[in-house]
Structure formats: structure tokens, C-alpha cells
Design a protein around this ligand. Structure first.
Ligand SMILES: Nc1ncnc2c1ncn2[C@@H]1O[C@H](COP(=O)(O)OP(=O)(O)O)[C@@H](O)[C@H]1O
Ligand SMILES: [Mg+2]
Length: 252
């Protein structure tokens, strides 16, 4: 059974048909990239999958159950987590505290226990801190644990967002242009981080413009053009597809 199944998906903003009659499936344990020119509908698609936008038509199934129209926090509980095209980092907090924000699903606390500062809370906090510290080390940010986010380079902030997204222990991780604005060294660091995440068993949806990264890392690629599916397949199939060459790769 596929992890994610999208059928007949469309969304319209006023006169703009951002996604039109889109269907695809994603198998668990794969890296599934979504590519296409600016305005093709990639971020809009992620927003529908994560419950930020409600589709105008169509259905989304996660692990065989219908989740169309579910709110983002419900989908987070079902195992979805994401990063954003524009960084959503709290700049005046420490790096570790930013990752801790992503851990709140696992912090089992209630108001009374918080007010009384019962030992279960501090134990839970300590465990969460340890977990998030380990996540930061995993994405290569061991030197920045207590740094203020303000003081971190852009490439490190992109990996900090990934660490925060991992803190909820997702089954499906959606990355919106994780390599945008990065230099070659930073891009290869992100490449290694994404590959390691996939090896750990997390399914990845990757929206990205860097074709070297996409072609090297993806199991499957979906090409969008003006909200429609232009092509899909393995990197080799997509690279050889005449429609893709004409509409997208050829123009690059
Ligand atoms: N909230 C919104 N309101 C109106 N139009 C939107 C909204 N979100 C996206 N769009 C439009 O949908 C189209 C696809 O945008 P987007 O998904 O951001 O493309 P991509 O991520 O592929 O660059 C664009 O024409 C964009 O202007
Ligand atoms: Mg986008």
C-alpha cells in the first residue's frame, strides 16, 4: 500500500488554477521529488498535503485513510512534518529551543502539572532536550546547540529547520526548497542529511530546483507545469522525457 495517494486534486485561487486534476502515489521509504518552474504549484501542493490549504476537489489518503481537509495539527499527529520555502525560525531563540518547538507533540504535559512544576515535567523536558540535542548533532549542528539563531549562517538555519521538523518523529517529511540560496558545500551537506533521513526509514517529499541534488538523490520525480503533471518517473526517465526537456530542463 502506498504511504500517500492523491487523486483528482485541484485548487483554485480566484481565477488561478494552481493545481489541476493531479494524481500520484508515494511509496513508503522513498525520496519523492517534485520539480517544476516557479509558479508551477509545488508549494501549493505541499500546503494541501499538510492541511494548510483545503483542496477545491480531490482526495488525499495517508496510509490508506482519507485525510482530505484535515487540519495541520491533526496531520502532524498522523506523522507529517515539513520545512518552509521561507525560513520559519525564531531568530531570538537558541537553536536548541527552536528544535524543542518541534517536539511539543511529544511533551506530555498539562497545565496543572506545569504550574506545580511536578518532577514528571522536568524529566520530560530533560528527555526532550537530550532528544533535540541528538537531532542537532545528526544534522551536523553540534557546534550550534546553544547559539542564538540570529548568529547562525543561512546554511545552518536550513538544517536547523530540518532538525525541528524531525523532532516530531515524522513518517513523512516534506522539504520545500531546502537547498535554495545555499553554496555548493552547504548543498552537499543538505544532500547528505536528506539521504541519511531517508535511510533511517522516513519517507521524504523534496521540492527543489537544484537538479544535481534532485537527480542524484531521488527515487521518483514528479514534474509539475502550470499546476499539471508534465511527467513522472525515475530520474533517468524524467531526464529522457521529451516534454520535460522542452518545457523545463531544456530551458535551464
Ligand atoms: N494563497 C494564495 N492565494 C492566491 N494565489 C496563490 C496562493 N498560493 C499560491 N498561489 C498561486 O498559485 C500558483 C502556484 O504557486 P506556488 O505553489 O507558490 O508555486 P511554486 O511553489 O511551484 O513556485 C501561483 O500562481 C501563485 O501565485
Ligand atoms: Mg514554492
Amino acid at each position: 500500500m502506498s504511504l500517500l495517494r492523491v487523486e483528482n486534486l485541484s485548487i483554485q485561487f480566484g481565477g488561478v488554477r494552481a493545481i489541476q486534476n493531479l494524481a500520484f502515489t508515494i511509496q513508503a521509504g522513498t525520496i519523492h521529488s517534485i520539480i517544476g518552474p516557479n509558479g508551477a504549484g509545488k508549494t501549493t501542493l505541499l500546503n494541501m498535503i499538510t492541511g494548510v490549504y483545503r483542496p477545491t476537489t480531490g482526495t488525499i489518503h495517508l496510509n490508506g485513510r482519507p485525510v482530505t481537509g484535515r487540519r495541520p495539527h491533526e496531520l502532524a499527529r498522523l506523522g507529517l512534518s515539513r520545512t518552509f520555502q521561507n525560513l520559519q525560525i525564531m531568530k531570538t531563540m537558541t537553536a536548541l529551543d527552536n528544535v524543542m518547538v518541534g517536539r511539543h507533540l511529544h511533551l506530555n504535559r498539562n497545565l496543572a502539572a506545569c504550574l506545580l512544576r511536578l518532577p514528571t515535567i522536568t524529566r520530560g523536558d530533560r528527555a526532550a532536550r537530550q532528544h533535540c540535542t541528538a537531532l542537532m548533532e545528526r544534522v551536523g549542528l553540534g557546534d550550534y546547540i546553544h547559539a542564538e539563531a540570529n548568529a547562525m549562517p543561512y546554511g545552518a538555519l536550513k538544517r536547523l529547520e530540518i532538525a525541528r521538523a524531525l523532532a516530531s518523529e515524522p513518517k513523512l517529511l516534506l522539504l520545500d526548497e531546502p537547498a535554495a540560496g545555499l553554496n555548493a558545500t552547504e548543498t552537499s551537506e543538505i544532500d547528505a542529511v536528506i539521504a541519511e533521513i531517508a535511510r533511517s526509514g522516513v519517507t521524504v517529499i523534496l521540492v527543489e530546483h537544484d537538479m544535481k541534488l534532485v537527480m542524484g538523490i531521488s527515487d521518483h520525480i514528479l514534474v509539475l507545469d502550470y499546476g499539471r503533471k508534465l511527467a513522472e518517473g525515475t530520474p533517468e526517465e524524467v531526464r529522457a522525457n521529451p516534454d520535460v526537456i522542452a518545457a523545463y530542463l531544456g530551458a535551464a
